[in-house]
Design a protein around this ligand. Structure first.
Ligand code: ADP
Length: 386
C-alpha cells in the first residue's frame, strides 16, 4: 500500500472506533439510568423523612402497587413481602382508595407476614399521596384487643361458674332458717355452708389470678429468677396437705437454673402442678419434682403416681374450667382453672408446658422455660431489671 494513505486511513479507523465505543457507552449509561428509575421511582420530597419520623408503620406504593418505601415497623409487622404488600386485604384497600380518591380507616386482623394465623390487630389508614402514589399507615392495636378479651372472659367466667355455688349458699341459708329449732340440722347446714364459702373463695381467687396472668406483661417486669427458690416455695406451700395424705414430696435434679421472669407467677405455676399431683394421687404415694438445666432451657417436671389422664382428654386439661371427672373434681374443690393459669404463666415466660400420662399409673407435667444466659451480666442484668 502507498505509505501516503496509511496515516489518514489509520486516523479514520481510530475515529470510527472511538465514536462507536462512545455511542455504546452513552447508550449503556442511559439504559442503566432508566433501570434505576424503574426500580426506585422517586417518592415525593419529604415523604421519606415523614414516614421515618412517624410512630405508625408506613408504606408508600406506586401505581402498580410496588412498594417504594416501607418503614422498619411496616417490615416488622410483615406488611411488606418481596417489594409488595403482603396481604390481599391491604391490596384491595389500596386499589379502592386509588379508584375513589377518598381516604379510608379500617381495622384488620392479619398474620405477621404472608402466611399463618392472624395474630396482629392493625388500625390501617390508606390515603392517596399526590396523583401517582398511595400511602398506608398502620398502628398496632393488638394489646388493647388482648385486654378486651381478658375483660370479656372475666365477665363470662364469673357469671357462669359462680352461679352454682352462689345458688347453693342461698339454698343453704334458707334451709338453715327453716331448721332453726333443730340444733343438729343447723350444725349440718352450717358445715355445708362453710364448705361452699371456701369453694367460692377459692374460685374467685383463681378467676382473679387467671385474669391477672392473662393481662400481665411479664417481659416488661422481668428479673433474673432462681428456679431452686421457685421449686422450694411451691413445695413448701403444699407440704401440709401432702403430710395430711402421707404423700412424700421429693425434689431432685440439677441446681442453679435461672430464667428471666416473675418469681411470684412461676411459684404459682409450679405450686398448681404439685397441688394437682397431690390431689389426683392415692394416699401414701410419692410426688417427684425434678429440675433439668441446660444452656438454653430449664425444665421442671412434676411426676405423680396418681389416677392419670385418658389420652382423649390430655389436650383439653389446659382449657379453662375443664375437668376430666367433673363430679370428682367438684368434690375435691377443683375449679378447673389451675392448669389454665399454669399455661398462661409459662407462655408469658416464652416457655411451654407438656403432659405425659398413663391412666392408672400416673402423670408427668413438664414446664420448659428459656434459660437466662449466664451472667458476666453486669450489663444484661441491669438492662433486664430496668
Ligand atoms: P382442677 O382445679 O379441677 O384441678 P386443673 O386445671 O388444675 O383444675 O386441672 C384440670 C383437670 O385436669 C382436673 O380436673 C383433673 O381432671 C386433670 N388433672 C390435672 N392434674 C392432674 C394430675 N396430676 N393427675 C390426674 N389428673 C389431673
Amino acid at each position: 500500500m502507498d505509505p501516503a494513505w496509511l496515516v489518514p486511513a489509520a486516523l479514520a479507523f481510530g475515529l470510527a472506533v472511538g465514536v462507536g465505543v462512545s455511542v455504546v457507552i452513552v447508550r449503556a449509561h442511559r439504559r442503566g439510568q432508566r433501570a434505576v428509575a424503574v426500580a426506585s421511582p422517586a417518592v415525593p420530597d419529604g415523604v421519606d423523612e415523614v414516614i421515618d419520623a412517624l410512630e405508625s408503620a408506613g408504606v408508600v406504593v406506586d401505581a402498580s402497587n410496588n412498594v417504594l418505601k416501607a418503614s422498619t415497623a411496616a417490615l416488622a409487622y410483615g406488611l411488606v413481602w418481596n417489594q409488595a404488600l403482603a396481604h390481599p386485604e391491604l391490596i384491595a384497600l389500596v386499589d379502592r382508595v386509588r379508584r375513589d380518591g377518598e381516604p379510608v380507616t379500617v381495622e384488620l386482623h392479619l398474620p405477621r407476614g404472608p402466611f399463618g394465623e392472624p395474630s396482629v390487630y392493625l388500625q390501617v389508614r390508606v390515603a392517596r399521596l399526590g396523583s401517582r402514589f398511595v400511602l398506608v399507615l398502620a398502628d398496632d392495636r393488638t394489646e388493647s384487643h388482648r385486654l378486651d378479651e381478658v375483660r370479656r372472659d372475666f365477665v363470662a367466667n364469673i357469671s357462669h361458674e359462680l352461679k352454682t355455688p352462689i345458688g347453693a349458699v342461698g339454698l343453704l341459708a334458707e334451709a338453715l332458717e327453716s331448721a332453726a329449732d333443730e340444733p343438729a340440722e343447723v350444725r349440718r347446714f352450717a358445715g355445708r355452708l362453710s364448705v361452699e364459702a371456701d369453694r367460692l373463695a377459692k374460685l374467685t381467687h383463681e378467676i382473679i389470678e387467671l385474669s391477672r396472668v392473662q393481662a400481665a406483661d411479664t417481659v416488661a417486669a422481668a428479673a433474673r429468677v432462681g428456679i431452686d427458690a421457685v421449686v422450694q416455695q411451691a413445695v413448701d406451700r403444699n407440704r401440709v396437705v401432702a403430710e395430711a395424705r402421707h404423700i412424700a414430696l421429693v425434689t431432685g435434679g440439677e441446681r442453679g437454673g435461672e430464667v428471666f421472669g416473675d418469681e411470684g407467677l412461676l411459684v404459682t405455676a409450679v405450686h398448681n402442678l404439685v397441688s394437682n399431683a397431690i390431689q389426683y394421687s392415692p394416699d401414701g404415694s410419692r410426688v417427684g419434682i425434678g429440675v433439668t438445666v441446660s444452656d438454653s432451657a430449664v425444665e421442671i417436671a412434676v411426676t405423680d403416681q396418681g389416677v392419670g389422664i385418658p389420652e382423649s382428654e390430655r389436650d383439653r386439661v389446659f382449657e379453662r374450667f375443664f375437668r376430666v371427672d367433673a363430679a370428682r373434681s367438684r368434690n375435691t374443690g377443683g375449679s378447673g382453672l389451675g392448669l389454665a393459669i399454669v399455661k398462661h404463666v409459662v407462655q408469658n415466660h416464652g416457655g411451654e408446658v407438656r403432659v405425659w400420662s398413663h391412666p392408672g399409673s400416673g402423670s408427668t407435667f413438664t414446664i420448659r422455660l428459656p434459660a437466662a444466659s449466664p451472667a458476666p451480666a453486669a450489663i444484661s442484668t441491669g438492662a433486664a431489671k430496668a
